[in-house]
Ligand binder design. Structure first.
Ligand code: TXA
Ligand code: MG
Length: 323
């Protein structure tokens, strides 16, 4: 695809055009409360295949199918009692459930990367909701970034990575949560957290106390194929839990900033984890591009507590730091 990508307004006309494009098998990025998704009609095998091509995503990494309602989502998978409880508590919202695929589901096998399970989510963002309701079909959508790179939280981030490779992006401004959804696998014997995200483990456990975090990361055989180590990679190397910063490093600050860096971005001056999550990916992208332009050698990251959303923030940072 050599033509440019349309930037659509997040109004009735823009959403209608996006829905028409999706129903015609085109790729359209759209805002959700977590990050921007790269959508395709989940029932259209060729459209789903085009997602993998546009992102250069390994074909073994399955996609989340997005729905306007829980009833629609639970038509394509077999919901357990726990799934219904979690959906009642957190949908619409930043939670993805992995469940056994319904044999009669029309979702493309490719979207589930050939697995017997399917990840489903009902996003809370009003633009995403209106788009999904208008399309009237499940929409497969990974984060709208080239595979392995930082997820996008603005329409400009989407264009920075995928301009010319997708038909359109709906510009709905910055994403409120800023981290991807929490992924819970309900297809096995025990409910398992596969990816920390916008819903904290504490919040999940208040509803389903028996949820456990997945086994420590196994790069050979990840339960969630997307949880590979190299991910969210900026070009500049990251140095985590920095207690001091060199003059050759950019600084990703949290709370009262360290001094000594010529370039810094503060995730939250008041040490607010919700604010830090919302600003994380934009901050990483900005420090990476500005830091490279200024000839800096790396990005020093101040410590971020491992509580609440800090768990998901630290997960993304450690993936960004591993290369
Ligand atoms: O917030 C989000 O989840 C965003 C927005 C657009 O909804 N989407 C997103 O998609 O982050 P993606 O593809 O970047 O990440 C989906 C994760 C991957 O780690 C993938 O391996 C995992 O979910 N996943 C998808 N289907 C799965 C399945 N059937 N079993 C296990 N893991 C699955
Ligand atoms: Mg992703």
């Amino acid at each position: 695809m050599s033509r440019g990508t349309l930037r659509l307004a997040a109004d009735a006309a823009g959403i209608a055009q996006a829905a028409t494009l999706l129903r015609a098998g085109e790729l359209v990025a759209f805002p959700t409360e977590t990050v921007y998704g790269l959508g395709a009609d989940a029932m259209d095998e060729a459209a789903v295949a085009a997602i993998y091509t546009a992102k250069n995503r390994p074909s073994f990494n399955p996609l989340i199918a997005h729905y306007a309602t829980a009833a629609a989502a639970f038509g394509d998978v077999t919901p357990t009692a726990l799934a219904r409880r979690l959906a009642d508590a957190f949908w619409p919202g930043p939670l993805t459930l992995v469940l056994p695929r319904q044999p009669r589901s029309a979702v493309s096998r490719l979207a589930g990367a050939g697995l017997d399970t399917q990840a489903v989510r009902v996003p809370a963002h009003p633009i995403a909701h209106r788009l999904l309701a208008t399309v009237g079909r499940p929409v497969a959508a990974p984060s709208a970034n080239p595979s392995g790179r930082v997820s996008p939280t603005t329409a400009q981030h989407v264009l920075d990575g995928l301009d010319g490779r997708i038909a359109a992006v709906i510009d709905g401004g910055a994403c409120a949560v800023g981290l991807e959804s929490t992924v819970v696998d309900l297809s096995g014997a025990r409910p398992t957290l596969l990816r920390a995200g916008g819903i904290t483990l504490e919040a999940l456990r208040a509803v389903v106390p028996e949820i456990t975090a997945a086994e420590p990361h196994d790069a050979e055989a990840p339960r969630s194929p997307g949880q590979l180590l190299s991910h969210y990679a900026p070009d500049l190397p990251l140095r985590l839990n920095a207690r001091e910063v060199a003059g050759t490093e950019a600084l990703l600050a949290f709370g009262s900033p360290l001094s000594g860096s010529p370039l810094s971005f503060n995730l939250s001056e008041t040490s607010d984890l919700t604010e830090a999550a919302a600003r994380l990916f934009a901050g990483l992208r900005w420090l990476d591009s500005q830091g490279r332009a200024q000839g800096l050698r790396g990005i020093a990251v101040m410590p971020i507590p491992l509580t609440d959303l800090g768990v998901a923030i630290n997960d993304r940072l450690s993936r960004a730091a591993s290369r």
